[in-house]
Design a protein around this ligand. Structure first.
Ligand code: CS2
Ligand code: MG
Length: 405
């Protein structure tokens, strides 16, 4: 079998997605997700101009060699653009291998370690009351783990909160230039404990609660938050502070037993190596699309497993259902799987473009035994939803200082 062509598609069924299709001379094709929000076209150019010409005529079964060829073989390693491009090729090759073997990808990884994938859903409200109403509705749908986010009184917009928008697609959708949001640590601290205190009172002690700080705090502030939230026993606190300096998590760890999670923006195992090796985190949240595909995620997963770190892959709406499918296969296999983030695939346009074989019931995702990744991409449907330039908001402190996303 040989790779005969590779096509790259950019479409916007609610938000932008970059999808790769690797086609072989035997008619089997594979699909991969290369979406890097706000920098979509950089990945397209990387693929079309620099990567695809090197792959035509190669054996698609040589997944590891192609991965190493694209990673080691290039002077410029890592980086979000490069790794998203490698990731999409890698996912597509696993899809091809599965289809050729007539087996779902998880069987190629080692088979099932569990019957289904536990999900955590998002409850994001315009007030604590609103957040808890949403959380209660999710609990009634059967979700066993819920992330609580609430608007912060005194701030005009709060990250992760939908406001008057009906869903993430509308909230984070098409903007000509980045909007700006304001952050105040002081105002955040005046709200956050109440959210979890009232959350526990209303939702009970059996539900898993989570929270995403989106790196807005410094390590010592994150330590304070961890201590404050200890009585409400979170499953994890996500992105409590930036960890470009991985050792800075020692500050948080020294002060609190709140489980810590990080990694959704990481592009390689090297960004989480010290965090994992020194057991400074409890969950690693790398995504197949951004960390180099299934091959890379499997390596991170195994490395994490020997240091008591579980996986909790990123599942935001800026990852396509192809990435979610890749996660499903890794999650079903991984001995140290923790939990999968899930925001739903309720958007009609999205479902018009991507078809998949997973379903959600009672807070768990399961999938059929379709060969490969079990997802498909409709080129004609995608053509109805052209790319539109779009950005995430930029965060600033109240005095105008640019702040962490
Ligand atoms: C968030 C994301 O899901 C999460 O944990 O951090 O929703 C994040 O805001 C987006 O991926 C950015 O597009
Ligand atoms: Mg997050």
């Amino acid at each position: 079998m040989k790779i005969s062509a590779i096509k790259v598609f950019v479409c916007n069924p609610g938000r932008n997605f970059v999808t790769v299709k690797v086609i072989t001379d035997e008619g089997i094709y594979g699909i991969g997700d290369a979406t890097l929000n706000g920098r979509e076209m950089a990945v397209v150019t990387c693929l079309e101009e620099h990567i695809i010409p090197c792959l035509i005529g190669r054996d698609p079964h040589a997944i590891e060699d192609i991965w190493q060829y694209l990673y080691r073989g290039v002077y410029w390693r890592k980086g979000p653009v490069n790794m998203a491009a490698i990731a999409a090729i890698d996912m597509a090759l696993w899809d091809i291998k599965g289809k050729a073997a007539n087996l779902p990808v998880y069987q190629l990884l080692g088979g099932k370690s569990r019957t289904g994938v536990t999900l955590y859903a998002h409850a994001s409200g315009s007030s604590i009351e609103d957040t808890l109403d949403k959380a209660e509705a999710l609990q009634q749908q059967g979700f066993k783990a819920i992330r609580l986010q609430s608007a912060i009184p005194g701030l005009n917009v709060t990250y992760g909160v939908l406001g008057d928008k009906k869903d993430y697609f509308e909230l984070q959708g098409n903007r000509p230039l980045p909007p700006e949001e304001t952050w105040s640590t002081q105002k955040y601290f005046s709200m956050i404990e109440d959210l979890f205190k009232r959350g526990r009172q209303r939702l009970g002690n059996h539900i898993h609660l989570l929270h995403d700080v989106h790196s807005r705090l410094t390590p010592i502030e994150a330590a304070r938050l961890g201590k404050l939230l200890e009585p409400y026993h979170l499953l994890f606190l996500e992105d409590a502070a930036i960890a470009e300096n991985q050792a800075s998590y020692e500050v948080i760890r020294q002060h609190t037993t709140v489980p810590l999670a990080i990694g959704e923006t990481y592009n390689s195992i090297w960004e989480c190596k010290d965090l994992i090796e020194n057991q400074l985190i409890d969950y690693i949240r790398t995504a197949a699309t951004h960390a180099g595909g299934i091959t890379a995620l499997r390596r991170i997963t195994d490395f994490a497993s020997i240091h008591n770190v579980k996986t909790a892959p990123h599942g935001a709406p800026d990852l396509s259902p192809v990435c979610f499918a890749a996660h499903m296969h890794i999650n079903i296999w991984a001995p140290n799987f923790g939990i999968q983030e899930f925001v739903g695939f309720g958007n009609d346009k999205l479902n018009d473009v991507f078809s998949h074989n997973f379903s959600v019931s009672n807070g768990m995702a399961t999938m059929t035994d379709a060969p490969g990744l079990g997802v498909d991409f409709d080129e004609e449907a995608a053509a109805k939803y052209p790319y539109k330039r779009s950005y995430l908001p930029v965060s600033r402190l109240e005095d105008g200082t640019a702040w962490h996303w």
